[in-house]
Write a protein that binds this ligand. Sequence first.
Ligand code: CAA
Ligand code: NAI
Length: 705
Amino acid sequence: MLPRKEEPPVSNPVLMEVVDDIAVIAIANPPVNALSHAVRSGLDAAFAEIARRDDVKAVVIYGTDRTFIAGADIREFGKPPQEPFLPDLINRIEACVVPVVAALHGTALGGGLEVALGAHYRVAVPNARFGLPEVTLGILPGAGGTQRLPRLAGVEFALEAITSGRQISADEALKAGVIDRISDTSDVREMGLTYARELVASGATPRRTSELSPVPVAAEVFDAARTRLAKKARGQLAPQNCIKAVEGATRLSFAEGLANERALFQELMESDQRAALIHAFFAERQVAKVPEIKDVAPRTIDQIGVIGGGTMGAGIAVSALLAGLQVTLIERDADAVARAEANVSKTLQGSVKRGKLSQENYDAIMGGTFRASDDYATLAEADVVIEAVFESMEVKKDVFTKLDAICKPGAILASNTSYLDVNEIAAMTSRPEDVIGLHFFSPAHVMRLLEIVVADKTAPEVTATGFALAKRLKKVAVRAGVCDGFIGNRILSHYRKAGDGAVLAGASPFEVDRALVNFGLAMGPYAVSDLAGLDIGWATRKRLAPTRDPREVYAEFADRLCEAGHFGRKTGKGFYVYGEEGQVPNDEVLEHIAMERAAKGIAARKISEQEIVDRYMAAMVNEAARVVEEGIALRPLDVDVTLLNGYGFPRWRGGPMQYADTVGLDKILADIERFAQEDDFLWQPASLLKRLVAEGKTFADLNNA
Ligand code: CAA
Ligand code: NAI
């Protein structure tokens, strides 16, 4: 007998009560009512009891607190599965002989939506959201979703929803037939009960989705999806398996389609891609868990100041404005103010066009929420000021001296510097405890990553405010320590050298780019530097030249391009030429490289695609290990989140540290030792890597420590 609602045992997440002749099942498994083993068992027991009783005329399932079921319990993935299995449970729900109503609010996702599809009737509150996001976790809806959704909402709708994993609004779900009605009753339990009473009164019977036949579609629909996703989701297994599963629904019986879905699901469950994507999911939540700010309340943020309205300043201003914050932007003079205003306005208009901002809100922003000025005094009331002026210590020191004089006590003074020493910047003020690095990525209103650079004297409350601001801006924040380039750019500088090393040894920059794009990076490193502007890296190399170790093999070919005035896309030429034919390799680069090899006495050899990837990844992982060892990143997972969200690392590989664990740290170390035979200065193994290999441990062991 299932426990009654009035006397629940503490650990039971599924409670049933019978109200008149309706069984009401509440799922209470905070925070998101995931379908853990206990929830599945509880639901199974509830339906077993309903089957035994003859006084139940209908059933309502709902979720307590903030949501209906948000999916399978992802924490159970990779562990031995325990009965009852979800597909069997949903079949059991569907087989129920009295009408079953799913009353939906919050997010009915994955296995949660599959439970709802197994119910016979679905009612939702207006702001409920639905989706089958499994593909984003490297799997597919494995509890009948690929069979029931095409039957209910049409094959093309299901194919798009399942292969994209996107969330669907209640309105769209109603239109597509995923749900039967929208109700604005504020009490979800009551909403379900009302619908169930109506069904009982009208003599409605169970309506089983599995008994419908999907409307057939042309085979080309699947072929087109396969081609599109082979390009869009390059290298990924899950989208292709999703297509096969939905296709199965159109040519197999329901039972055979389920078995087909199961086999395709199992294949994905066992893949490294599934492990990597789930690692990414949890890592992105874990990064916010920073010991020094546990239980520390952030300061209030309403007004933001931004200094500099160039590429970054304008983007940061837009990001804050879209989050509803007040922004005052400071530029050097009236002309620069006008340019900055125009930049911000143009970007916001783009948001209006894409439907991300209403015209009314745009007007409100340009009518007062956003102000631009050349007078620093207008920052007197700002809660956080983010400096994004030229990457020059002298200019930044001047700005921080002014800010210290003007800003109110308790205001947070932040720098968006890419490489410079935040301690040195903080020392220019009388309040180093209020100074922090907030390192955005370009374009700042689009890129999700925010490195929060904690200097020696930064107060925990200021760090906590940085994380709170990131959340408001819908960014993923990673804590970083102070060093040249923090987490991401420091690692980038190192693996870029490995790319240059591969070029000096015999590869062309175009081969390096191709190998890494085939590996899964969004763009190759040389195409990226063309996009960012070759002058930026050049300036950094010149800045660091006096401290460069004489043992370093310094690749000069990028400098030769810059000396010739080729800065990449912005000048129409860099590693590639940008013209009417799009992006084509610049042959001049090969001449510079050949000359440099000759001067250095290097005989070029063929470098395979695999060797390019091995070099690149070994360098990335090695420097990342140092970054973790020195405490610049708190854990390996912080490095993964940084590279995934700021540097185009393929999510389905989980980040460099997850990749290293997957191929084996011993293999990475062996590669480093092999490459060291050619250049033992660049390829010095990090002591953390050596220690982990000696102890037979992984980076994941450090994440979990
Ligand atoms: N399983 C286990 N834990 C989960 C979870 C899940 N499905 N979904 C969320 N959580 C956890 C998070 O890790 C987080 O835990 P901590 O507080 O310890 O960090 C907590 O719940 C809250 O999550 P969020 O911080 O993400 O909360 P949010 O309000 O911002 O978002 C959400 C809520 C939209 C449900 C979001 O968490 C989400 O997208 N979750 C994943 C949903 C999903 O992918 N479901 C499909 C699962 S796969 C499946 O169902 C396969 C199948 O066919 C059987
Ligand atoms: P930018 O050259 O596009 O813009 C800098 C702006 O600052 C200019 O508009 C300039 O007029 C203004 N400025 C200079 N001195 C000023 C002063 N004293 N007061 C007010 N305004 C002043 O440069 P960008 O690319 O926006 O970079 C700014 C900062 O952001 C740098 O520190 C850079 O390292 C960092 N950054 C840049 C990224 C990029 O991809 N461009 C990415 C992340 C950080």
